[in-house]
Design a protein. Structure first.
Lengths: 75, 243
């Protein structure tokens, strides 16, 4: 296997990290919808935490994506 | 492929004014130029926004007041009342990262926060500052931060190293989170832009995706500044209130 095809495979493997980010973001917003549906008055209080959770969950996936880009375009 | 895609070229640092002092390269680069613009814009917004001091605020005064109140609220709820003295620091951090992120979205400009050295410097300032504040406030007692309350002594052998480790990797996660978000977003924009350029008439589809990614990036730019600021508040709260 030459280097360029190994790079492609490596980048593809690194993108698996996005699975976790997808699950995490889905969890965050499902919890937000659940809590707002139960208590609509709490929306103002819980929404900032939801976006914080969204950003934290998304960042973990982006670590993997950044690794994929580094494999593809830097090395 | 007729058109080569080089998505990471946008992160190249150019020396605008080469300066060398004693063999050390301290050139004024395009990154430094964008940082200067960010600082000037923040100063202009706050100085000219609050110049009139109208009782009924105009547009600019509203923006200045809203950003102030937003960060003041954040500090108040997350650090508590003792945290107000750190409000200027958190406000500066928030505004700088917010403006750097937004300026990076302007076409042909430069994203300062996509350089890991910039984000790591900011995170290191937060980490070292918080540690010093904790030690000054509590002295030797500060080490209680690493010992969870109400845990059996046998478990402490396991938990204390974990707490210590999680404390020590804070600057890295803080830096890499902002850096990776900016790097991934802008690389994605460039890749889809390259598709749009090389596909000809069909390039309208990747261009549509690119427009959606720009919308996502606007959200991410604001959100990452918010996350950086709120995590700074949480770390400060740890150092001041010791859980």
């Amino acid at each position: 296997m030459d280097l360029s095809s190994a790079k492609m495979i490596g980048a593809g493997l690194a993108c698996i990290a996005l699975v976790g980010a997808g699950i995490g973001i889905g969890n965050v917003f499902s919890a937000l919808i659940n809590s707002v549906a139960r208590n609509p008055a709490a929306q103002g209080q819980v929404q900032p935490f939801a976006f914080l959770g969204f950003a934290l969950a998304e960042a973990t996936g982006l670590f993997g994506l950044a690794i994929a880009f580094l494999i593809l375009f830097v090395f | 492929m007729a058109l080569e895609i080089r998505p990471l070229e946008q992160f190249k640092i150019d020396r605008l004014i080469p300066i060398h002092i004693g063999g050390v390269d301290v050139s004024y680069t395009n990154a430094a130029f964008l940082m200067t613009i960010a600082v000037l814009l923040i100063t202009a917004l706050l100085v000219f926004g609050t110049r009139k001091r109208a009782l009924v605020p105009g547009r600019w005064q509203s923006i200045a007041e809203m950003s102030y109140e937003f960060v003041a609220d954040m500090v108040e709820t997350n650090v508590g009342h003792g945290g107000q003295e750190f409000f200027p620091f958190v406000f500066t951090l928030f505004m700088f990262i917010l403006f750097a992120n937004f300026l990076g979205l302007v076409p042909y400009s430069y994203t300062v926060t996509s350089q890991i050295i910039v984000t790591f410097a900011l995170a290191a300032v937060v980490f070292i500052g918080v540690t010093i504040i904790g030690i000054v406030r509590h002295g030797f007692h500060f080490l209680r931060l690493f010992v969870p309350q109400g845990v059996p002594a046998a478990l402490l052998l396991l938990l204390v190293p974990i707490e210590l480790l999680s404390y020590c990797i804070r600057p890295f996660t803080l830096a890499i989170r902002l850096f990776a978000n900016m790097l991934a977003g802008h690389t994605m924009l460039a890749i889809f832009g390259g598709f749009a350029a090389s596909l000809g008439l069909l390039g309208i589809f990747p261009m549509g995706i690119d427009i959606l990614i720009v919308a996502l990036e606007v959200l991410v730019a604001a959100l990452q500044a918010y996350v950086f600021a709120i995590l700074t508040c949480l770390y400060l709260s740890d150092a001041i209130n010791l859980h």
